[in-house]
Ligand binder design. Structure first.
Ligand code: ADP
Length: 245
């Protein structure tokens, strides 16, 4: 059997000690193949963010193994983990997390700047990424001049400009109205389908999770359900697109 892109083996995460000890994750097992589109769901406090932080190499588990392309992540140094993150992972957040007085193009170029790419390469890649998210022509606009949906597109362009294997999206539509939410989901769906990017997305909204091909439900630090979605949504319902907000 081929090596999965991502494998969590008996991953646990403990916060605090003694009376304050809390097991945020209790021996999680999860395999994700390259090219999957997975929705992570579950009530508040069930461990979704903790799992995403571990998957994103932003935090380390207290037990178990995380294998990324077969490499044992917890054995890597902090620098090696940061390199893995920069090379393979892109992040999208609920609050967009863009630099306010900085143009769309410069926001998108940031990960390439950290990586040491030349100004010429940065400009070319940022223009392409902005075009991929439908924002060609908006390069010089700052976040304040863009709608919420457009800001999230810039954030997605920033996440894909390094051509990552995986995009980790934490409530990417949490700050958007229904219509913009469906537009963002359409974009994530297209990036998964056309660019082969693996998408892991936390969402509370069943309508948005419905775009994913697989749904993983967390409950009390465990995976309570992990099921294929037999009929993923492929386009926004007409009712959502007719919304005028
Ligand atoms: P979710 O994302 O599903 O809302 P979290 O992963 O944020 O859940 O939290 C899981 C549990 O871990 C919760 O009980 C939360 O209070 C606890 N927790 C999360 N982060 C910390 C932390 N840094 N310190 C202590 N407890 C934490």
């Amino acid at each position: 059997m081929s090596v999965p892109l991502i494998e969590l083996r008996s991953i646990s995460k403990r916060y605090g000690e003694g009376a304050a000890e809390l097991m945020a994750l209790k021996t999680i097992d999860l395999r994700i193949e390259a090219g999957e589109f997975v929705a992570i769901m579950g009530p508040s406090g069930s461990g979704k963010s903790t799992a995403m932080n571990i998957l994103g190499c932003l935090d380390t588990p207290t037990g178990g193994q995380y294998l990324f392309k077969g490499a044992r992540v917890e054995t890597l140094s902090r620098d090696q983990r940061a390199r893995l993150r920069r090379r393979y992972l892109g992040f999208v957040f609920q609050g967009f997390n863009l630099l306010a007085r900085t143009s769309a193009k410069e926001n998108v170029e940031l990960p390439l700047l950290y990586r040491g790419d030349s100004a010429h390469d940065r400009a070319r890649a940022a223009a392409q990424a902005l075009s991929d998210v439908g924002l060609a022509g908006w390069e010089t606009h700052t976040p304040g001049e863009l709608s919420g949906g457009q800001q999230q597109r810039v954030a997605i362009a920033r996440a894909i400009v390094t051509q990552p294997a995986v995009v980790l999206a934490d409530e990417p539509t949490g700050n958007l109205d229904t219509r913009r939410s469906h537009e963002i989901m359409g974009l994530l769906m297209a990036l998964n389908r056309d660019h082969g990017i693996t998408v892991l997305m936390v969402t509370h909204e069943p309508d948005m999770a419905a775009y994913a091909h697989r749904m993983v439900h967390f409950l009390d630090g465990r995976i309570a359900k992990d099921a294929v979605n037999p009929t993923p949504t492929t386009e926004a319902p007409a009712s959502a697109l007719s919304e005028t907000t």
